[in-house]
Design a protein around this ligand. Structure first.
Ligand SMILES: [Fe+2]
Length: 298
C-alpha cells in the first residue's frame, strides 16, 4: 500500500510509492483516493507517464472533461491541456498564463471539477508555484453571524475573473473565442457548499467566477463576495506548492481555491493538465440562468 507523508508546508500529502506508468492495483488506488480527499492536495513524485497512461490513471478519479480552450489540447490526447510558455516555429505550444487569480476549476459549469491534475515536465528556475487556499478552514473561520448570513445564499457564476475587466490581462481568465463563449451558460452554486464526498462545509468559489447572488442587488452581492474572497484568501489559509520535475499534483476543487503564479515568459515551464468532473447525479438540482443575467459585463 502506498505510504503518504505531509508535504513540507504541512498542508497536503505526498507519496513516492506509486508509478502510474504501471498498473496501480485497486487497493492501492483506493488508498490514494482516500489520501486525496483527506489531504486536499496529493502529490505523486517521480512520474513519467505517456499521455495514455496519464489519462488512464486520471479516469479512475472520475470523468475527464476537456478544457473549453481547445487550441492547446495534447495532439495524442484531447483530455490533456498543455500549459507551457515554450514556442515552436514562433507559435506557442501551450497556454502560457492559466488562472493567476484565486478560483476553483469549472465553477462556471453546472457540474464543476472534482480534481485537477498537473504533471510537471519542466520547472522554471524562478517561481511557478501553485497557491492553495483551504476553504474548509476559511468557512470554519467565519463569524457565526456571517455563517448565518450566507448559509442559504446561491452565487451566480460565469467563465472569467470578476475582478479583472480586461480579458487580455495576464491575470484575467484565458480569453475565449466567440464560439467558445457561446457554449458558456450562466450557472449557480451555493456559497456554502458541503463537500460532495466528505460532507464537510466549505466556502465555494467566492473568488474567481462568482459575480452575483440570486435575489440580491448587484452592488450588495459584489461587496459580500469581495468580503468573503478577502477572508478566504488570507495568508493563514494559503499554502504554496513548488513543483519538481516528475510531480503529479492532484487537488480537490471542492475544498480549495487555487492560483497560478506568473513566471518569466523566457524561463521554460511545461505542465500537462487533466481536469476531472464531479459525477453528474445532482444535475437536476442546479439551476441554469439564461438571458436574465446576460447583460452584465466582465
Ligand atoms: Fe485553475
Amino acid at each position: 500500500m502506498p505510504n503518504t507523508n505531509p508535504l513540507s508546508s504541512g498542508f497536503g500529502l505526498e507519496t513516492t510509492d506509486v508509478d502510474i506508468s504501471r498498473r496501480v492495483d485497486d487497493d492501492a488506488f483506493a488508498e490514494l483516493e482516500r489520501a486525496f480527499f483527506r489531504g486536499q492536495v496529493l502529490v505523486l513524485r517521480g512520474q513519467s507517464p505517456t499521455p495514455a497512461q496519464y489519462i488512464a490513471f486520471a479516469r479512475r478519479f472520475g470523468p475527464p472533461e476537456p478544457h473549453v480552450i481547445d487550441q492547446y489540447h495534447h495532439p495524442e490526447e484531447p483530455n490533456i491541456l498543455i500549459l507551457s510558455n515554450r514556442r515552436r516555429d514562433g507559435q506557442p505550444i501551450g497556454l502560457a498564463d492559466a488562472g493567476s487569480y484565486f478560483h476553483t476549476d469549472y465553477s462556471y459549469l453546472q457540474v464543476p471539477a472534482r480534481a485537477t491534475m498537473l504533471y510537471s515536465l519542466e520547472v522554471p528556475k524562478v517561481g511557478g508555484d501553485t497557491l492553495f487556499a483551504d476553504q474548509y478552514s476559511a468557512y470554519d473561520g467565519l463569524t457565526e453571524a456571517m455563517k448565518k448570513r450566507i448559509e442559504a445564499l446561491v452565487a451566480i457564476h460565469h467563465y472569467g475573473n470578476r475582478k479583472v475587466a480586461d480579458e487580455m490581462s495576464r491575470t484575467a481568465a484565458s480569453p475565449l473565442t466567440d464560439e467558445q463563449k457561446a457554449k458558456m451558460p450562466l450557472i449557480t452554486h451555493p456559497i456554502v457548499r458541503p463537500h460532495p464526498v466528505t460532507g464537510r462545509k466549505a466556502l465555494y468559489a467566492v473568488s474567481g467566477s462568482s459575480y452575483g447572488i440570486v435575489g440580491m442587488p448587484g452592488d450588495e452581492a459584489l461587496a459580500l463576495l469581495d468580503e468573503l474572497a478577502a477572508h478566504a484568501t488570507q495568508a493563514k489559509y494559503v499554502h504554496s506548492y513548488p513543483y519538481a520535475v516528475g510531480d503529479i499534483v492532484i487537488w480537490d476543487n471542492a475544498s480549495l481555491l487555487h492560483s497560478a503564479t506568473l513566471t518569466d515568459p523566457d524561463d521554460p515551464r511545461t505542465l500537462w493538465r487533466i481536469t476531472i468532473k464531479e459525477p453528474s447525479t445532482k444535475l437536476d438540482a442546479l439551476e441554469v440562468l439564461a438571458p436574465k443575467f446576460a447583460s452584465h459585463t466582465m
